[in-house]
Ligand binder design. Structure first.
Ligand SMILES: [Fe+2]
Ligand SMILES: [Fe+2]
Length: 282
């Protein structure tokens, strides 16, 4: 195990069956500074059901607009192009995430809800602490556990061993993964995000979301994702077997200059995140 397996997985990851042409297009759009509002409308309008979901997301309380967004062109004007891009990315990745993640004790769709929840919570924290790029926080939150999907697809047999030793030796999932495979879902997630051309700050946030004190390029972004992950787990979103061992790292709070009461406030503002996600995906 170790490097070889990680390399092999990386080679195959582009050709994953759920990786449709649309998902590829959405990824390209998200990472292309030259992409335009017309490009995004094209991706959205291919499918009316998809359009409806985009609009539901745009109307979510988490975007905080008083006016109802009813058309895609309006969504571009009201939400802004960057926000709409991240919403489209989230929804196109849904198929990819929306599977049963057995080894982690996650039922179908649970990791997806956890990821969207973490994206919305990251956005919430980012605006609270005045982080300069709110959409980057959304995307990092969305992708933080992408490595779990990959491991679930490629190392099924070892996953059972991972849960077993996590339970018997009282390890976190990331620690157990490292013991069995030589790498964990953070390592593989970061490599995949890099291959998908996400910027180095997003890659770093994926790489260190359980160890935010290791982040060097943008400690704030990693801290945001770590805290958002903690909040989602404390709200019971996608807990699986991983939620039991999730200490909130004090360094992350220090990085963002947040104290415990402020975290409680953020948790309070995020209390209906689960409901929102159900509405968006309905
Ligand atoms: Fe994780
Ligand atoms: Fe997570």
């Amino acid at each position: 195990m170790g490097q070889d397996v990680a390399q092999k997985i990386l080679k195959e990851v582009r050709d994953l069956p759920p990786f449709s042409a649309i998902a590829n297009r959405a990824l390209k759009l998200t990472n292309d500074p030259k992409s335009s509002a017309i490009d995004i409308s094209r991706v959205i309008s291919y499918d009316p059901a998809f359009t409806a979901r985009v609009l539901r997301m745009a109307n979510s309380a988490y975007y905080g607009f008083a006016r109802k967004v009813t058309t895609v062109s309006e969504a571009i004007v009201i939400l802004g192009y960057e926000t709409l891009k991240s919403v489209v990315l989230a929804l196109t990745l849904q198929n990819f995430y929306d599977r049963e993640i057995r080894g982690y004790g996650l039922e179908k769709g649970e990791l997806w809800k956890h990821s969207v929840g973490c994206a919305l919570a990251s956005r919430l924290i980012a605006s609270q602490v005045k982080y300069p790029n709110i959409e980057e926080a959304f995307i990092a939150g969305l992708l933080h556990d992408v490595g779990k999907v990959i491991l679930n697809l490629f190392v099924r047999d070892e996953l059972y061993q991972i849960i077993e030793i996590a339970g018997s030796q009282g390890l976190s999932f990331a620690e157990a993964e490292k013991k069995v495979l030589g790498f964990d879902h953070q390592d593989i997630g970061a490599k995949v995000a890099n291959k998908w051309n996400f910027n180095e700050k997003i890659v770093e946030a994926i790489q260190y979301h359980h160890k935010p004190d290791r982040a060097k390029k943008d400690a704030e972004l990693t801290a945001i994702v770590h805290i958002a992950d903690f909040i989602c787990l404390s709200l019971g979103l996608g807990v699986g077997s991983d939620g039991m061992l999730y200490p909130l790292k004090k360094e992350a709070l220090d990085t963002l200059k947040l104290d415990e009461p402020e975290i409680d406030n953020i948790i309070f503002s995020a209390y209906n995140i689960t409901e929102e996600i159900e509405k968006i995906l309905a």
